[in-house]
Ligand binder design. Structure first.
Ligand code: SF4
Ligand code: SF4
Length: 276
């Protein structure tokens, strides 16, 4: 039985706190061992993804979701910096990496021209292959968190997308789902905050003796709600290690991929209006 099953299900806040605290401790250990390196970022990304999967494990017992179910992949996706690094690495490791990479780059170029186009045109996420996510084990936290007890509202939403704009509540079928979503977001945000603080101290941008400097949260948030496909395309184009190294050296590498006012409202992981 996983930690989320054992925790007090009557008080979801308790296990959200447990998860976020454990993640902060794990990130600290990874950074102590590996320093501010690309390897450390990869391990943090895998660790945060593992927590996200464990968060939803109890819920999946009653969810209609699973490999092969993909109506929700009609939604645009928001992701954090770790999701993006993890996804790009997973794509690089695929046997058909060149095909997948080409699809992601082409979709990103179309999305740059018109962010709403993919949803309106009925184009699925470029990582979807014959109804299955090509990087299922490394899919973004918001994809892991997207779940439903009944597939019918998801299908209706994807098939009748114009009218379906009224239906997205079908993807969040209850308070447990929303709590899971919140837990995953808080775990990822905690990891980003710790890494951001370490980076800022290493770069001399803040004193090491403050527990939380005023800019820390803003810096971390800047890497927490990103447009998934264009950001992954950028990492693939530059090369994962080069991109991550530039990030660790203080480059504002995700600036072009933050949610904007024009980001579609129909996205996995919340609305542009809420985040923007
Ligand atoms: S959220 Fe809906 S469409 Fe997505 S995997 Fe679950 S049941 Fe299928
Ligand atoms: S990353 Fe995978 S799970 Fe997420 S929308 Fe794309 S195909 Fe679906």
């Amino acid at each position: 039985m996983g930690w989320a099953s054992r925790a007090n299900r009557e008080n979801p806040d308790s296990w959200v706190r447990i998860a976020a605290t454990a993640e902060v401790r794990a990130i600290g250990e990874i950074l102590s061992e590996k320093g501010l390196t690309a390897e450390a970022v990869y391990e943090i990304a895998d660790n945060a993804g593992g927590w996200a999967a464990e968060c939803v494990a109890p819920l999946f017992k009653k969810a209609a979701c699973g490999q092969g179910c993909s109506w929700c992949c009609a939604l645009a996706v928001t992701a954090n910096a770790f999701d993006i690094v993890r996804a790009a690495r997973a794509i690089e490791g695929l046997p058909n990496r060149d095909d997948v990479r080409a699809r992601v780059l082409a979709a990103a170029a179309r999305e740059e021209q018109d962010e709403e186009r993919r949803f309106d045109a009925g184009e699925w996420c470029p990582l979807l292959e014959v109804g299955r996510c090509a990087i299922y084990e490394a899919r973004p936290a918001n994809c892991i968190a997207c779940n439903a007890e009944d597939v019918k509202p998801c299908e209706a939403f994807a098939r009748f997308r114009t009218e379906g704009r009224q239906v997205p509540v079908g993807l969040e079928t209850g308070v447990v789902n929303l709590r899971i979503n919140e837990a995953i977001a808080r775990i990822s945000d905690a990891a980003l905050l710790v890494l951001t603080i370490k980076m800022a101290v290493a770069l001399g941008q803040r004193p090491a003796n403050d527990d939380l400097a005023p800019d820390d949260k803003a810096r971390a948030k800047a890497a927490s709600r990103l447009r998934f496909v264009p950001a992954v395309a950028a990492v693939l184009t530059e090369g994962v290690e080069h991109f991550v190294t530039r990030w660790l050296r203080g480059g504002d590498v995700f600036a072009a991929y933050r949610l904007t006012g024009s980001t579609p409202n129909i996205i996995k992981g919340g609305t542009a209006a809420r985040e923007g």
